[in-house]
Design a protein around this ligand. Structure first.
Ligand SMILES: *[C@@H]1O[C@H](CO)[C@@H](O)[C@H](O)[C@H]1NC(C)=O
Ligand SMILES: *[C@@H]1O[C@H](CO)[C@@H](O)[C@H](O)[C@H]1NC(C)=O
Ligand SMILES: *[C@@H]1O[C@H](CO)[C@@H](O)[C@H](O)[C@H]1NC(C)=O
Length: 270
């Protein structure tokens, strides 16, 4: 009897949590330490680890992770269902400032995939000093148990925000207040109590594709790595420019959005 109850539990729990939050937290902590030191050997990498920056697979040794950078602020999300993590790094005081969004996959406490959107000077409205100033004022603390939104609610909200770029009449659950930090531009600067997240209708429907998710119900947060069409003037209109959108929800409504977008030419040629 006890046996079958235990068996039932052990079969049920992996679907609820495929990875422990502690193991994922160790992965993001080691990622931040490695980036600060520019030392790959601080990471517990699987032998077959894949690495990509700005949607381009590359040798991890040639990437930004091999450069020591001053880390002024970080935020990490931990997705125990998908065994995935997300980290935002803001480096304003490095000689070379960056804002980096990184998604990692973890299996058996080893990192099996790292993909980063790496933005710096010349990328879409990039300004790490401004990014740091506003990001540090925001509250991304854990949501009290009992008030947390479901994965489905969080995912649907972020998807709705991206889907609206293709159809400006689609509803998006934006809160009041809501503020968007887009590179180094903050919509909440003038009126922090208002909902300033609504996007104007684009001149042409934009289908944001190539979506990869990390969802953290404890923080009410999600990141979507996505493609952003049309923006890069030097590419065809359907080219999916590497981009990332990080969301915080409170009570089913979007509170904060952090977007970073990579330009192939300075300021995407605009
Ligand atoms: C790499 O190895 C891990 C652990 O053995 C496995 O889970 C993962 O699917 C592999 N990834 C690739 C891209 O082969
Ligand atoms: C970033 O913004 C700050 C404050 O507006 C400004 O002083 C600084 O010159 C900007 N930095 C760059 C590299 O544009
Ligand atoms: C846009 O969204 C609205 C509201 O959901 C829907 O009625 C309409 O059919 C959509 N338009 C297109 C072109 O998909």
């Amino acid at each position: 009897m006890i046996y079958s109850v235990l068996l039932g539990l052990s079969l049920a729990s992996p679907a609820l949590a495929a990875c422990s939050r502690a193991a994922l937290q160790e992965a993001t902590a080691s990622y931040v330490r490695a980036q600060a030191a520019g030392q790959l050997d601080l990471l517990s990498l699987a032998s077959n680890v894949s690495y990509a920056e700005n949607d381009t697979p590359m040798d991890i040794k040639q990437g930004v992770l091999s450069q020591a950078i001053t880390i002024d602020n970080t935020r990490s999300l931990h997705d125990s269902v998908e065994c995935a993590t997300f980290t935002e790094i803001t480096s304003a005081t490095s000689k070379h400032p960056y804002v980096i969004h990184t998604r990692m996959l973890v299996a058996e406490s080893k990192i099996t995939a790292i993909e980063s959107v790496v933005t710096d000077e010349g990328d879409w409205v990039f300004n790490a000093t401004v990014h740091l100033r506003w990001s540090k004022q925001e509250n991304w603390d854990p949501i009290p148990e009992g008030q947390r939104d479901s994965r489905a609610t969080i995912k649907a909200a972020g998807d709705a925000y991206l889907n609206q770029w293709a159809n400006s009449t689609l509803p998006v659950p934006l809160g009041t207040p809501c503020a968007r930090l887009e590179g180094g531009a903050y919509t909440g600067e003038r009126n922090p109590a208002a909902n300033t997240c609504k996007m104007p209708a684009f001149p042409t429907p934009l289908k944001a594709g190539n979506r990869r998710y990390v969802i953290d119900e404890e923080l009410g947060a999600m990141d979507i790595l996505n493609g952003f069409p049309w923006l890069e003037a030097s590419k065809p209109a359907d080219f999916q420019t590497p981009s990332s959108n990080m969301f915080r929800l409170e009570g089913g409504l979007i509170r904060y959005i952090h977007e970073i977008t990579v330009c192939a030419t300075p300021r995407c040629g605009r």
